[in-house]
Design a protein around this ligand. Structure first.
Ligand SMILES: C[S@@+](CC[C@H](N)C(=O)[O-])C[C@H]1O[C@@H](n2cnc3c(N)ncnc32)[C@H](O)[C@@H]1O
Length: 398
């Protein structure tokens, strides 16, 4: 396998994040062939794969197409998977994980399909080299992923391995943390670029504030991580990867290093001291603690730098945590906070409960759909006018 050979690259993301993913992929200079409900397809080689893994904030995995074929039975899967030169890609010393996504009448046991595909790969390597790689479920070595839908199967190398959204900085998760990729997309949706203050009351484990700090300083998120699936294949170009990382580091330093201009203030507060401690430590691990001011306080006492600025709040919404009745009052208080203390700011509320959001009592100027795991959520935007301008009242859909 030549690392310069181009093929389809499938980048996956959480449902609802494709728009943000495509924006990122296009900013990196690629054109998109297909936008999917939870991903995008483009063309590229193994160097493009490394670049995408390093730079994307909203992606889950970067998959590189190896082969596609018609498949009517587990035996056909074994035959077709075995008919690929795995010995050129995987050393017998590597750890192999095989993951199948199956939606076909040809088989109803996805574990069995995974086993057939894994056997095909290790049998082939054994026949060609005399030894076989161990297999594992932990996705820290070579990860092969296949999608078998109907009678069609596509076989990919999962070049990320573990999901890119697990950046590695969240050593201390607090209650109901947002995934890093979702938090990055929420920050992107606010249009934040580091030039105005960003305030995150109810910060929990600090994910929104940390992702904002990474975006403001153009820090390349993949620098936070040291292991990727593509590093474990034989054609991996270590020298090119080191150069790519060095260039990304230079870009981050130039734009956001301690000696350079800092972004406008980023403030993260929470009423729970343990949340603030978790946020502080997570920010330290991400290398952005010097860019964020932390404070333990009720959200309504969060200090606000002079406007204009952006507020992003992710209160509990009663599906997983908290009780609806108690939260009703919290949402009313958030509305009062917006009206009474945040004039001149643009506020965003991320919630999975639109009934509770009505308690804010302000008209939204935009409503964007997201999913948090399988919960349908909205990011609601409120323009909080400065001066004497009256707030538009909430309409029945707000
Ligand atoms: C859903 S969690 C936020 C999760 C966060 N976005 C993350 O990614 O980790 C809601 C947070 O609101 C905090 N909270 C609840 N009531 C509060 C209040 N009155 N003032 C400030 N924070 C509050 C909780 O302690 C909790 O950390």
């Amino acid at each position: 396998m030549n690392p310069n050979d181009k093929n389809t690259i499938l980048v996956t993301c959480a449902p609802g994040l494709s728009e943000f993913l495509c924006q990122e992929v296009e900013t990196l200079g690629y054109s998109i062939d297909a936008v999917l409900p939870a991903g995008a397809e483009l063309q590229g080689d193994l160097y493009d794969v490394m670049r995408l893994n390093l730079h994307l904030r909203t992606a889950y995995n970067v998959l590189f197409l190896l082969k596609k074929f018609e498949c009517h039975s587990p035996e056909a899967l074994y035959r077709e998977v075995k008919d690929f030169p795995w010995e050129e890609m995987i050393s017998p010393q590597e750890l192999l994980s095989v993951v199948g996504r199956i939606d076909t009448a040809s088989i109803d046991n996805s574990m069995y399909a995974n086993l057939k595909a894994k056997d095909a790969i290790v049998d082939r390597i054994f026949e060609k080299t005399g030894s076989r790689p161990d297999s594992s479920k932990d996705k820290t070595g070579v990860v092969v992923q296949f999608y078998w839908k109907g009678e069609h199967c596509r076989l990919f190398l999962n070049t990320s391995g573990l999901k890119l959204t697990d950046r590695g900085y969240r050593k201390m998760p607090h209650k109901a943390p947002l995934r890093e990729s979702l938090a990055a997309a929420v920050i992107m949706a606010t249009g934040y670029d580091g030039t105005v203050p960003l305030v995150c009351p109810m910060c929990g484990s600090g994910t929104l504030a940390i992702e904002a700090a990474l975006i403001a300083t153009r820090r390349v998120p993949g620098l936070l991580r040291s292991n990727y699936g593509f590093m474990h294949i034989k054609p991996f170009d270590d020298v090119a990867w080191r150069e790519m990382r060095a260039a990304a580091l230079k870009q981050s330093r130039k734009r956001g290093g301690k000696s350079d201009a800092k972004p406008a203030p980023i403030i993260a507060t929470d009423i729970d001291p343990k949340a603030v401690e978790a946020s502080r430590r997570n920010a330290m691990t991400a290398g952005v603690d010097h860019l964020i001011s932390f404070e333990v306080c009720d959200f309504a006492d969060t200090p606000l730098p002079p406007e204009p600025g952006i507020i992003v709040m992710n209160p509990e919404y009663g599906q997983r945590l908290g009780e609806i009745e108690k939260l009703r009052l919290t949402y009313q208080r958030i509305g009062d906070f917006f009206k009474q203390k945040c004039a001149g700011y643009t506020a965003y509320l991320f919630t999975g409960n639109l009934e509770l959001a009505k308690q804010i009592g302000l008209r939204t100027s935009r409503r964007m759909g997201f999913f948090n795991a399988d919960i349908e959520c909205r990011l609601l935007k409120y323009e909080l006018y400065a001066g004497t301008r009256k707030y538009p009242p909430a309409s029945s859909d707000d």
